[in-house]
Design a protein around this ligand. Structure first.
Ligand code: CP
Ligand code: NVA
Length: 320
């Protein structure tokens, strides 16, 4: 895929009613979304009325800097607005059932963006909501992050051709989203973790069946050098995701040796980039020298959250 931004006003809508996991978008829709995100990034003023009077609800059970800020700003810069409800003190479904929350929100809002512990909570909201529900991170997937990451790769390399992504560390929500997006885009991916933290078999099976037609190669490894060999991008994330804090010590032991250091980067392709969804724990999954190096795209990824979210909102609610 080469970069060519779409002309203003020609974006398509998404077929799936909700965006809970990466595979809710077809490969074609994903490409269209990335093209639209580039267009919105280049000419944001063209879209400043596109979501006029549209309202987005944000429900977050976990902390957030990037996801919350960029969804709120995206709605605002597209002419709409957002209302945030903090659910950190009580999970969605505790005060009243998720199915009732969904049937309240869809009377007032045009989309619901939710960050949850259990993916099931999102599925429940989506089952009962007449407006799109968007996954702002669950324990299973972080599809909005992957959109910004692939936008960043596309901008940096100009095309997805010949790319290989090496993901080092916990096969968590971010890793599973990268797995699905990579295979849809025909990008090869190596997932490298201690065997007990490897990707879920069901997701691997689904990704492998898609990879057959897109030409992407999927490897599940535990040897870092093998995983980064030929990699054009090396990606990592925290060893302990939100909600797993009780396992912090045990995970520090399990993941020791899985830090992305300069030595790891030099075993990858010559011009390999470093990626991380942030927040990062320097000295655990990544060394300070790598995250601060010229190869690091982490703040481009963070910036692109905004543009990717704008494209997603346009395609999911812009034309309703
Ligand atoms: N990467 C990411 O989702 O960051 P936040 O948790 O700050 O939203
Ligand atoms: N895997 C991390 C991602 C944070 C953006 C977590 O779930 O905490």
């Amino acid at each position: 895929m080469n970069i060519h931004a779409v002309p203003f006003g020609t974006y398509r809508t998404v077929e799936a009613p909700h965006f809970l996991r990466d595979s809710d978008l077809s490969a074609h829709e994903l490409r269209s979304l990335l093209e639209l995100a580039l267009q919105v990034k280049i000419e944001p003023e063209l879209y400043r009325e596109s979501l006029r009077h549209r309202a987005v609800a944000l429900l977050f059970e976990k902390p957030s800097l990037r996801t919350r800020m960029t969804f709120e700003l995206a709605a605002l810069q597209l002419g709409g607005f957002s209302v945030f409800q903090d659910h950190q003190d009580g999970r969605i479904g505790e005060r009243e059932p998720a199915r009732d929350i969904a049937r309240n929100l869809d009377r007032w809002f045009d989309a619901v963006v939710a960050r949850t512990y259990s993916h099931k909570t999102l599925e429940l909201l989506a089952e009962w909501s007449k407006v799109p529900v968007i996954n702002a991170l669950s324990d299973s997937y972080h599809p909005c992050q992957a959109l910004a990451d692939f936008l960043t790769l596309l901008e940096h390399f100009g095309s997805f051709e010949g790319l290989k992504l090496a993901y080092i560390g916990d096969a968590n929500n971010v890793a599973h989203s990268l797995l699905h997006c990579s295979t849809q885009m025909g990008i090869s991916i190596s997932l490298c973790s201690p065997p007990e933290y490897a990707p879920r078999a069901k997701d691997l099976a689904q990704a492998n069946s898609i990879a057959e037609s897109t030409g992407s190669r999927i490897e599940v490894l535990s040897d870092i050098e093998e995983a980064v060999r030929g990699a054009t991008a090396v990606y990592t994330d925290v060893w302990t995701s939100m909600g797993w804090e009780d396992e912090t010590q045990q995970r520090r032991i399990a993941f020791s040796g899985y830090e992305v250091t300069e030595a790891v980067m030099s075993a990858a392709s010559k011009d390999a980039v470093f990626m991380h969804c942030l927040p990062a724990l320097r000295g655990e999954e990544v060394s300070d020298s790598v995250i601060e190096s010229k190869a690091s795209l982490v703040f481009d990824q963070a910036e692109n959250r905004l543009h990717a979210h704008k494209a997603l909102l346009l395609m999911m609610v812009g034309r309703r």
